[in-house]
Design a protein around this ligand. Structure first.
Ligand SMILES: *Cc1c(COP(=O)(O)O)cnc(C)c1O
Length: 409
């Protein structure tokens, strides 16, 4: 007889994106001529930067010749990429990260999930509400929670509320927690941590010997020069934080797949009996045992992002999306809605009019404007009364969608 991991049965069935797909499908079956604009997706729409394409073409040609052919590469990533990352993303900002602390992977989503492999089961886990669902569901799968209640909250997790009262930057919990997931710039709210707020979290983590899992997938979208791009810009963070980064949103790699995780050598965890163990050693062991590296071709494409031309091309890609974000924010504000985010992140977090429930407002926009947004309640109970608009789209779609949405408010 085969036993299953019955933690999977605790996962809530009505997951957000399948439910959106179901409602859109039902509507288009009834209204086949409706031209639906999707403003809900967290996926990029514009093609890869030219520098990445050229670098990848060249790398393919290298694979065609015995002299330059590459088989297995280092599991942690090629030195050329780890050095470019350490130099450009960290050292240039005064963050003391070295190339051997960078682990190149095929995605931040998997890294966020895989990190649980090296952490104990007795940790008290804190997540924000609203939250990127991956943090919660992977803890459910790992058996770190009890059952979900009617509102979808799992027993055993500590939920830190992000609301308009705290500008969507949750307060530090009063109780002691061991592992804290933070995402800045935030998906879904678009909020960012200031240097001062992030410093307070680092101080909390150090005082409580806690670990911060810092997801900076959207750091390239920060426009305010005072906002930290990396948690390692904060003193002491190399002793209490792991950082997840990805080329997905920065360079349009969602379908190409390249990301990295930073595990500082000075990070430590504890055994049951209280001895300290370097997390780097455990992660290196996990990564080299369970992963065989990102394709050479893709890593060459990622390296090109750091060239002069690469930086310029990334900049114009991000400018395109952030102009969309501004158009969304301005149109909706002019129609009297309350809009958060959209300045340092490609997401606008929009309060529904007259306290309409998220799913009701979603249905209204789908039926009346033929526009798809993401109901905020799908990210947690504190998201009720909000919807998320994504700036990942063509300019034409954004303009058209805003015309339609504002005329049916
Ligand atoms: C898109 C996204 C990522 C990136 O995931 P990949 O697996 O690298 O594509 C990570 N975190 C958040 C919050 C995201 O929205």
């Amino acid at each position: 007889m085969v036993y299953i991991n019955d933690n999977y049965l605790k996962l809530k069935a009505g997951y957000l994106f399948p439910e959106i797909a179901r409602r859109v499908k039902a509507f288009t079956e009834q209204n086949p001529q409706a031209n639906i604009i999707r403003m809900g997706i967290g996926d990029v729409t514009e093609p890869l930067p030219q520098v990445c394409i050229q670098a990848m073409h060249q790398a393919v040609d290298e694979m065609a010749h015995r002299q330059t052919f590459k088989g297995y590469g280092p599991e942690q990533g090629y030195d050329f990429l780890r050095q470019a990352i350490a130099q450009n993303d960290f050292q240039s900002r005064g963050a003391p990260i070295t190339p051997d602390e960078i682990f190149v992977s095929d995605g931040s989503k998997c890294d966020c999930a895989n990190i649980l492999d090296i952490l104990g089961n007795q940790n008290v886990i804190a997540v924000t509400d609203p939250v990127y669902p991956v943090y919660v569901d992977t803890n459910v799968m790992a058996g770190h929670t009890g059952q979900a209640d009617a509102s979808g909250e799992y027993a055993g997790l500590v939920y830190m509320r992000a609301t308009s009262e705290n500008n969507f930057v949750p307060a530090i919990p009063e109780q002691k927690v061991d592992v804290i997931y933070l995402c800045s710039p935030n998906n879904p709210t678009g909020a960012v941590f200031s240097r001062q707020q992030l410093t307070a979290w680092v101080d909390y983590a150090r005082n409580n010997k806690a670990l911060i899992l810092f997801d900076a997938a959207y750091e390239a979208f920060i426009s305010d020069p005072t906002i930290p791009h990396s948690i390692y810009e904060i003193d002491g963070a190399t002793e209490c934080a792991v950082e997840f980064r990805s080329f997905s949103k920065t360079a349009g790699f969602t379908g190409t797949r390249c990301a990295f995780t930073v595990i500082p050598k000075s990070l430590q965890g504890h055994t049951r009996s209280g001895e300290t163990v370097d997390l780097w050693r455990l992660w290196n062991r996990r990564h080299t045992t369970k992963f065989n590296g990102v394709s050479y071709i893709i890593q060459k494409g990622a390296e090109a992002v750091y060239s002069d031309a690469g930086r310029q091309q990334i900049r114009s890609l991000i400018d395109h999306y952030m102009t969309n974000a501004r158009l969304i924010r301005e149109s909706l504000e002019q129609s009297g809605l309350k809009v958060f985010g959209g300045i340092n992140a490609p997401y606008c977090w929009v309060q529904t009019p007259n306290q309409t429930r998220s799913w009701d407002f979603f249905d209204h926009l789908l039926h009346k404007a033929h526009v798809v947004c993401t109901p905020g309640s799908g990210f947690g109970s504190a998201g009720e009364g909000y919807v998320r608009f994504s700036a990942f789209n063509s300019r034409e779609n954004v303009q058209q969608a805003m015309k339609r949405v504002t005329s049916c408010l």
